[in-house]
Design a protein around this ligand. Structure first.
Ligand SMILES: C[S@@+](CC[C@H](N)C(=O)[O-])C[C@H]1O[C@@H](n2cnc3c(N)ncnc32)[C@H](O)[C@@H]1O
Length: 202
């Protein structure tokens, strides 16, 4: 006769972990777009601004105001769940770069891009946006803060080619007057969408 199997406390704990992870995956899958996954690593440093997604209606306005097309390379600096870059690639045939300091956001972006069938046209960088090499960008999208935008100005001037479009949801760039602006319906009411075009070098 076979002896009954005895489970040690460690085995029971491991089994519980596996079950919990499996349950989470199922819930995330059923929910559609992934917004949360277990955190395996912390952000590289404290983010300059917390995560808040741009509403999908505003994403469409961004694509329009920046006139994003198939020749563009769109960088979202602080990309969140990747929705802006994914929309630019899927709807306009662009290529894109998703940058976020928080590895959880990068994981979400990868899952969402794979689900949209565009992951191979996007580069994902778990990086501080102030360290990102911007050469090659034709469009930069931002949803950060006025202070971070202002701190970014020297880097944008230094690294971006003349004619590159920079678009910021909600926040301005301090003394930089926008080339174009429109009011859009944000999650909590009307908000500004601002566009700048990098000027020729002097
Ligand atoms: C307000 S959310 C915008 C998300 C996305 N761009 C959108 O519009 O849906 C700001 C994002 O910037 C990221 N972030 C904050 N500071 C950062 C930094 N220094 N480098 C890279 N990402 C940063 C946050 O982790 C967060 O995902």
């Amino acid at each position: 006769m076979t002896a009954p199997m005895r489970l040690s406390p460690i085995r029971i704990a491991c089994a519980a972990c596996v079950l919990a992870a499996g349950l989470f995956t199922v819930v995330a899958g059923v929910a559609g777009t992934v917004h949360a996954q277990p955190v395996e690593r912390a952000p590289l440093r404290a983010p300059d601004i917390h995560y808040e997604p741009t509403p999908h209606n505003v994403v469409t306005e961004i694509l329009d105001l920046a006139k994003i097309g198939a020749r563009d390379v769109v960088y979202d600096l602080g990309c969140g769940d990747g929705r802006i870059v994914i929309a630019a690639v899927k709807q306009r045939g662009a290529r894109g770069v998703c940058v976020d300091i928080d590895p959880q956001r990068i994981r979400e972006s990868k899952v969402n891009a794979a689900r949209a069938g565009v992951a191979e046209r996007i580069v994902f960088l778990n990086q501080d946006l102030f360290e990102t090499d911007l050469a090659g960008a034709t469009v930069i999208t931002l949803f950060l803060s006025r202070d971070v935008n202002r701190k970014l100005r020297p880097k944008l001037t230094r690294e971006l080619e003349p004619g590159t479009r920079v678009i910021s949801y909600v926040h301005d760039m301090g003394a930089w007057a926008p080339t174009a602006s429109r009011t859009v319906q944000g999650a909590y009411g009307p908000r500004n969408l601002n566009l700048w075009i990098i000027a020729p070098r002097k």
